[in-house]
Structures are given as C-alpha cells and as structure tokens.
Design a binder for this molecule. Structure first.
Ligand code: AMP
Length: 396
C-alpha cells in the first residue's frame, strides 16, 4: 500500500484545497470526446466537497508550450465537470493561470464550492518546475492534493514545485488506486504473472523489459517492437520496424529470460503488407518476411500462442498494441489479446495509452480489473522508477 498522506488523512473543512487533477482530455471542436479522466477524478472531488473543502482545481491540457492557446482552454472541462458533479464549477479565465480572476474566485469560495484554474501549461515555468509559478499556485490554498496520476512521472510546478510552498500535501483516491494496483501487480503478484508489451519501439521500453524480466513468469512481446527481437533471432523481417541499435539488447534480453527461467514469447507469424496502408493487400507470413513486405500485426498462430500463454495467468499487465490497431485490417491481434484478457479469471491491468484506448473502444473496459489513466506514468512505474509526483506528497 502507498505510504503517503491521503485525502482520508486531512482536515479540509473551511480550508482552500488546491487539487491537481488530470483533465488532459481529448477535445474536438471544443467538445470532450473521452471523459474517462473526468469521471476518474470524481471520487476525490466528491469526498473533499462533502467534507466542506473549498476546492481550487488545476490541470494541464495538451501542449500549449507556455502561452495561451484558446483551443486548449480548460473552459469546456469546467462546463462538463459542473454536470458530472451536479454543482457549479466556476472557471477562472486568466491567461497567466493565477491572475485576478483566480485570486478573486478563490477568495470568494465557500465551503463545498469548486473552481477550476486555466490550463497550467499556459505558463512557461510549469514544465520546468519553476519557483515563481509554484509559489503562485501555492498562494491560493492551504492544502495541496495531487490526484493526477497521468503526470506523476513529470516534475512540474503544479504537481511537484507547489508542494514546497504548501503546508500539507496529500494524494487523492485515483493516485492511490493506480499505485496500489500497479504496485501489487508488480511487487506482489498472484502467479503466474504475465506481462504483455507492444507498441512501436523497443527503445522506449528497454527499462520496462529489463525490470519486468526480474518479476514475471512469462513476457509476451508483440507490436512493432517484436521485429527487432525476430531479427535478433536471425529471421528476415523485410521493411518491418527495426531498431538496429537494439539488436544486441534484444539478444541480451532473450538470454536473460532463458537464464531466469522466464518464458519469452515473440510472434511466430505476422500479417504483412507491401504498404503502410489499410487498403493494401495482406498475407500471413510464417518465418521469413519478404524484402518488400512489412509486418503490421501478429498472425493467427501467434494470437493462439499468446492466448494459450495467458490461459492460467493470475496477474496480467498489458502495455502497447500488438499491431497497427488504428487500421482495421491490422487491429485483429490487439482485439484477440483484449478478448483473451476479458475471459480470464485474473487480475488484469491495462497500462494506459493505446492499450487502454483499444480496450475501451472494443467494449472490454468493464472486463478488466484496472485500466490506468496514465500511459507514460504507468510505464515508468513498470520500469521500477519512483514517480516524482508521488514522492512529493507527505509521508503518512
Ligand atoms: P507506442 O507509442 O510505442 O506504445 O506505440 C503505439 C503505436 O505502435 C501505435 O500507433 C501502433 O500503430 C504502432 N504499431 C504497433 N505495431 C506496429 C507495427 N507492426 N508496425 C508499425 N507500427 C506499429
């Protein structure tokens, strides 16, 4: 269990509480197209409201790069959040985030009321963890609560810098839940423990592979990153994704798996095409891939192999799609893995990002034990790194 002060350990009645949420939601023409992160924030907000806290919410949205970008304003989030909370969430529209509107609104808050600040990344210092903006944020509140797991792997003003200037710093329920699920899975798993890694690059998952090989019983590798492993085994991979600089690393990992008695599974067949295009004709390649072909999904034998390896798993962690799932002709492998997971009697944890989106889009969301709201953060957690956003909270 996470040994940090939580929202259950603080007295908020009559106090101003700055809550760092992860409201980094996808927007299209000012409309929120996926509100999972808003819904995930509600338990903490409702708890603080019911106890009479005066809530000042903050978050980043997208990458405005240190200046006001109207299409990345958090104003639509305030509107939707008001509906979800069934009470007004007042929006403080200051281009410098902590300006006259924010200060006046914070001053006027009554017990149980809620306001939202403008996008924290409108300020240049935010991503540099600068002191001035950290102080500005802290000046609004007595207590700080961090519930933004999605940014916990970054040290920014609104989750780390601010804690130097507030009296009390706690984590919210979402943060607690994420760390508890991921922490239990990795450090105290019911066995067999299987991890599935996919996505485009080996290079972005080096430390994850290395760390997980010390923990899992089986490691399954699919997606674009699998081709570097296949090449390292001496197979021809045509024009498939290859990170030639990581061939030695792939060999090393295969040796490490063997030495540690970890079953390492890589694809035995692939769906190939001559172009990176959903309309390109496809075939199943077993063994070598032709020089003018690229592998874009795992093939049927691999899907069966992976499903079989998952069959008696008791804990599964999955991060990264098995193929180019954005194109329907190459989504079959990712769908098959999601389906296999949905049928298991096991703790199934989806590590955010593309795999979370895929599982939700395919309608398997409620079949999983936990779907993380943070892709990057869960990946860094799986690497065994301490997350700065979590470390900054007060110990219990
Ligand atoms: P990542 O951001 O590293 O998790 O990678 C996710 C991306 O990997 C998705 O956009 C997929 O389309 C892509 N991907 C998965 N498999 C392949 C593949 N075989 N070839 C090229 N891209 C792939």
């Amino acid at each position: 269990m996470l040994n940090k002060k939580s929202v259950d350990d603080i007295q908020v009645k009559g106090k101003r509480v700055l809550v760092r949420c992860d409201f980094n939601v996808p927007l299209q023409d000012g409309k929120i197209t996926d509100e999972v992160r808003l819904v995930a924030a509600l338990p903490t907000l409702k708890k603080l409201i019911s106890e009479g806290g005066r809530l000042i919410l903050c978050s980043h949205l997208g990458k405005p790069k240190g200046e006001p970008v109207p299409s990345l304003s958090l104003a639509p989030v305030a509107v939707r959040l008001s509906e979800l909370l069934e009470q007004e969430v007042k929006f403080a529209a200051d281009d410098n985030v902590v300006g006259p509107n924010a200060k006046a609104a914070a001053e006027a808050l009554k017990d149980g009321e809620v306001m939202l600040l403008e996008n924290t990344r409108y300020r240049k210092e935010e991503t540099k963890n600068g002191e001035e903006f950290s102080k500005d944020l802290a000046s609004l509140a007595d207590i700080f609560v961090d519930d933004a797991f999605g940014t916990a792997h970054r040290a920014h003003c609104s989750n780390v810098g601010v804690t130097k200037f507030t009296k009390e710093n706690a984590v919210g329920y979402l943060m607690q839940k994420e760390i508890d699920f991921l922490g239990n899975a990795v450090n105290n798993p019911a066995r067999p423990f299987v991890a599935i890694l996919g996505g485009s690059k080996v290079s972005s998952k080096i430390s994850v592979i290395n760390n997980l090989l010390d923990k899992v019983d089986t490691l399954i590798i699919g997606g674009g990153m699998a081709y570097t492993f296949m090449k390292a085994q001496g197979k021809e991979i045509g024009t498939s994704l290859l990170e030639a600089d990581y061939l030695d690393y792939a060999k090393e990992m295969m040796e490490k798996a063997e030495k540690q008695g970890v079953k390492l599974l890589i694809p035995v067949d692939t769906v190939v095409a001559k172009e990176f295009n959903n309309d390109a004709p496809t075939r199943i390649a077993e063994g070598d891939i032709q020089p003018d072909e690229m592998g874009l999904d795992i093939g049927p034998k691999t899907r069966a192999l992976f499903a079989e390896a998952l069959q008696d798993a008791k804990t599964v962690v999955w991060n990264g799609p098995m193929g180019v799932f954005e194109m329907s002709n190459f989504a079959g492998g990712t769908i098959a893995v999601a389906q296999a997971l949905a049928e298991l009697d096991a703790t199934t944890i989806i590590g955010g990002g593309d795999s979370a989106a895929a599982v939700n889009q395919l309608g398997f969301g409620d079949k999983m034990t936990h779907i993380s709201t943070g892709g990057g953060a869960s990946l860094e957690f799986l690497e065994g790194k301490e997350l700065p956003g979590v470390a900054a909270a007060d110990d219990k």
